[in-house]
Design a protein around this ligand. Structure first.
Ligand code: PLP
Length: 397
């Protein structure tokens, strides 16, 4: 049996139809989209087509609501900075404790540089936002609330439309990190109070190094980069036409496959989870099982070290992810699971399996073949794995 890739929340395989759409942009449609001659105009048309495809995925009112970026990390930086500029005099931002490190670190940096106060709202044991606390911290000092649409570790989905409406009640802007939600759940932004939204191409079978920031019609998004007139003067720099075209095609395909994510992928994930729970004691599903992405399974195993589990799975050809970020070579339990107050016995033994439309029953079968005996062997101290090759320090995907 071949290897199984179950780390689609880290990144997805680029759909061959996306590659096909991108290739002519390197050698045929290679003009600079800002040039006024024919090849430039052809590139500009390709960029416009992609913008409309992303608009459709978002269900946005206008193609002008979409600005292309180098990925969600850039989009999030732009959104947070923009919100502070758009709400001068307000000196607080509100985030959840389970946001991606991009949001948390950027807010912490802005707090140091601009003297902002960051109000962090906790979650319960299932990863659900403490709504009462959220209401309490929203005040007339709040410039922005940033709440993720779906959590990258547990898949827990927040009710972002209602959260945005509450932020508007105090005159604050609302941003959502929809990196894991885009292409997995319908977004339908038009008419919602969501002001800003970030996404990344490589999480939806598109290329790496390209993403988008949505800013609702009527919001005067301040520039991120100054210079050229690209992105309506808001993000100077020659457009990454192949990447943008790839993101556009990926968005169109994601829209076509949305039902499959909700049905086939979800059913495969549910079967896999149920089979694992039936075979192993001391194993729990973390996150809000009533409101969760269909592709994500965050599991914890008592008496097992998550890093050793991951290394054992890797040796057996199963690519997954642990619920930890490695800092200075010392794996730290994830801030998400800590915020959920997962008991210490399970905290160190976290495993994230994330599926996609590429996932097949064979992938689940491979996990079922390898994981239960591995967990038992680790618990019995029968596995002495070699030190795992470390990814870059502190990276969380
Ligand atoms: N937000 C979430 C929820 C993510 O999962 C990721 C990537 O793992 C990011 C933001 C950052 O995305 P990128 O690395 O593509 O900029």
């Amino acid at each position: 049996m071949a290897g199984a890739y179950l780390d689609n929340n880290a990144t997805t395989r680029v759909d061959p139809r996306v590659v096909e759409a991108m290739l002519p942009c390197f050698t045929e449609c290679y003009g600079n989209a800002a040039s006024s001659h024919g090849p430039g105009a052809a590139a500009a048309r390709a960029v416009r087509g992609a913008r409309q495809q992303v608009q459709a995925l978002l269900g946005a009112a206008s193609e002008h609501d979409v600005a292309f970026t180098s990925g969600a990390t850039e989009s999030i930086h732009w959104a947070l900075q923009a919100a502070l500029e758009l709400r001068p005099g307000r000196d607080e931002v509100v985030v959840s404790a389970v946001e991606h490190p991009v949001v948390l670190a950027t807010c912490a940096h802005l707090a140091r540089r601009e003297g902002l106060t960051v109000r962090t709202v906790g979650v319960d044991g299932r990863g659900r936002l403490d709504l009462a606390a959220y209401r309490r911290v929203l005040t007339e000092r709040t410039a922005l609330a940033s709440m993720m649409w779906a959590n990258n570790e547990t898949g827990t989905v927040f009710e972002v439309v209602s959260l945005a409406a509450l932020a508007h009640e105090v005159g604050a802007l609302f941003h959502t990190d929809a990196v894991q939600a885009a292409g997995r759940v319908p977004l339908r932004l038009q008419g919602t109070p969501i002001d800003l939204l970030s996404l990344s191409g490589h999480k939806l079978h598109g290329p790496k190094g390209v993403g988008a920031l949505y800013a609702r019609s009527g919001l005067r998004l301040p520039p991120l980069f100054r210079g050229g007139r690209q992105e309506r003067g808001r993000r100077a720099g020659t457009e990454n036409v192949p990447g943008i075209v790839g993101l556009g095609r990926a968005a169109a395909l994601a829209l076509e496959h949305l039902d499959e994510e909700a049905t086939r992928v979800r059913a495969l994930r549910d079967q896999l989870e149920a089979s694992l729970l039936a075979r192993l004691e001391g194993c729990a599903v973390e996150g809000d099982t009533a409101s969760r992405l269909g592709n994500t399974s965050c599991l914890t195993f008592e008496g097992v070290d998550g890093e050793e589990l991951l290394a054992g799975l890797d040796r057996a050809g199963v690519a997954a992810s642990s619920g930890s970020a490695c800092a200075s070579g010392q794996p730290e339990p994830s801030h998400v699971l800590r915020a959920m107050r997962v008991p210490p016995a399970r905290l160190g033994g976290a495993l994230r399996l994330s599926l996609s439309r590429d996932s097949r029953p064979d992938d689940a079968a491979r996990v079922l073949e390898v994981l239960p005996p591995l967990v038992l062997a680790l618990r019995a101290g029968r596995v002495t794995p070699p030190p795992p090759a470390r990814a870059e320090e502190g990276v969380s995907a």
